[in-house]
Design a protein around this ligand. Structure first.
Ligand code: AHR
Length: 500
């Protein structure tokens, strides 16, 4: 089997917005407590932040992290989580049926983000609360001083404003599971008014409007049309969320699911541009894919958890090698839409459907999905090139004409680095891969990294990594043509650089 790819330095989709390598920390399970924050852990710093986890987050090079939810935010009073810790109330978290101690809140998260070297993407509660809550939290976070909430922040030890630039107007407000969920009309109105007021307080912020929770929502499409119609002028991005699972144990169908993601993106872009035309607007609304991942392994065990525990293990999917392949396909899909996707958050970051896992009082380790995300985040910067790919296709249970190879290429002009990312979805055979590099004179192969395991169900654990990248030494570039063999079911990162 063969695959031919062609790229040209001049044919560019767009610059990668680094925020597409964002992630997400929600007050859920062991994400915050015993994830990023564990006061009595031997490896914690003076703030109670686990240094081993910070090290792994830094490896992922995550430029922005969404907080504090997720479903959690729709019942959250942010005031509970600021000020003296001994005065903070314990609350029932209705979204996940757990007990929230509020020991960790907005200021702790901002401190953690600073230590990690990442920006904060904050979500406001449009479930149980609304305009009043949103105007207060933005005054607390971003207003310099001289008002009730800005002075309250200063009294809590934060003289300088947090200057949080990106805000989500609620979370998954179309879902009937959401606390205070709304019709598209109800949500569009409250989002538009909330956004307007927030931008009066800080005109430098950007706002994300809630789109559909996934493509199977009955209201998908109509929801986007209505909320965009009502809030177009106030907002900057619309959100997309999606999670996939291999419930039928059908690897060929599972690995094709990034095609659903691709269609989702195209549909939302179409509604955005339809609204733009209808309004004769000059403004382009882009996409924030602010929750995406594989999520299904933990569904059954989560149902067995008792209610109202503090930080129980929830949504602790242990990922397989095939999950890492789909994560790779999803990253490639998003990169190929770099012209419209400006923000994306791998959901989530630690312990909860996450690339990083921790043991309470113990070690931290990398899941299989850690690697494709890290490779894309570290090497997939610069410009995304338009690639033309010719290869065989297959039909799976839910998709037809699925290309065996999905690929993209990014080019960093300043350092003359070119990176090709590709997944071979063929689970039986390797593929001879040829890539024609046009306008890339004097380049050489730096390395070809491969994520591969004979067993699609191989997993990592705190005891060791069965799934980790190795190097392929049989990748050659001659006369502008790159040749290699892609292992069956493999994630590949081929790095090239100009000879100087
Ligand atoms: O990421 C887990 C949950 O998935 C989030 O809380 C919610 O927004 C989504 O349904």
């Amino acid at each position: 089997m063969k695959c031919k790819m062609t790229i040209n330095k001049m044919f560019i989709i767009d610059e990668v917005d680094e925020r597409i390598y964002g992630s997400f920390i929600e007050h859920l399970g062991r994400s915050v407590y015993n994830g990023i924050y564990e006061v009595n852990h031997k490896d914690s710093d003076g703030n109670g932040f686990r240094k081993d986890v910070i090290g792994l987050v830094k490896e992922l090079n995550v430029p922005i992290v969404r907080y504090p939810g997720g479903n959690f935010v729709s019942g959250y009073n942010w005031e509970d989580g600021v000020g003296p810790k001994d005065k903070r109330p314990r609350r029932l978290d209705i979204a996940w049926k757990t007990l929230e101690t509020n020991e960790f809140g907005t200021n702790e998260f901002v401190d953690w983000a600073k230590e990690v070297g990442t920006e904060v993407m904050m979500t406001v509660n449009l479930g149980t609360r609304g305009i009043d809550d949103a105007r207060n939290i933005i005054e607390y976070c971003n207003h310099p001083s001289g008002t009730f909430y800005s002075d309250l922040r200063i009294s809590h030890g934060y003289k300088e404003p947090h200057n949080i630039k990106l805000w989500c107007l609620g979370n998954e407000m179309d879902g009937e599971w959401q606390i205070g969920h709304k019709t598209a009309y109800e949500y569009g109105r409250i989002a538009s008014e909330t956004g307007r007021i927030m931008k009066i307080i800080d005109p430098s912020i950007e706002l994300v409007l809630c789109g559909s929770s996934n493509t199977s929502m009955k209201t998908f499409g109509q929801w986007e049309e209505t909320v965009l119609d009502l809030a177009y002028n106030e907002i900057d991005y619309i959100s997309l969320h999606t999670y996939y699972g291999n419930r039928n144990n059908d690897a060929e169908d599972f690995l094709a699911k990034s095609i659903d993601m691709d269609e989702f993106i195209k549909s939302v872009v179409a509604v955005c541009d339809h609204t733009k035309a209808k309004k004769r607007s000059k403004k382009k609304v882009n996409l924030s894919f602010d929750e995406w991942n594989v999520w299904f392994h933990s569904n059954a065990s989560d149902d067995e958890q008792a209610s109202w525990q503090i930080a129980p293990p929830l949504l602790e999917d242990i990922y397989t090698f095939e999950d890492a392949l789909l994560v790779g396909c999803m990253l490639i899909t998003m990169l190929n839409h770099a012209d419209r996707i400006k923000i994306a958050c791998l959901a989530q970051l630690v312990n909860v459907i996450a690339p990083i896992m921790t043991e309470n009082n113990g070690g931290a380790w990398r899941q299989t999905i850690f690697y494709p995300f890290m490779h894309a985040s570290v090497f997939g910067r610069g410009k995304v090139l338009q690639s033309v790919i010719e290869c065989d296709k297959y039909d799976s249970k839910s998709f037809s004409d699925v290309p065996y190879v999905t690929a993209t290429a990014t080019y960093k002009e300043d350092s003359n680095e070119l990176t090709i990312f590709c997944v071979n979805r063929n689970i039986k055979d390797g593929i001879d891969f040829e890539c024609r590099l046009e306008n890339f004179e004097d380049y050489k192969v730096v390395e070809h990294l491969v994520l591969y395991n004979d067993d699609l169900k191989a997993k990592n654990s705190v005891l060791g990594e069965k799934v980790m990248p190795t190097r392929c030494e049989n990748t050659f570039l001659e006369n502008g043509i790159l040749n290699t063999k892609l292992n069956k079911s493999s994630w590949n990162v081929i790095r090239l650089k100009k000879i100087t």
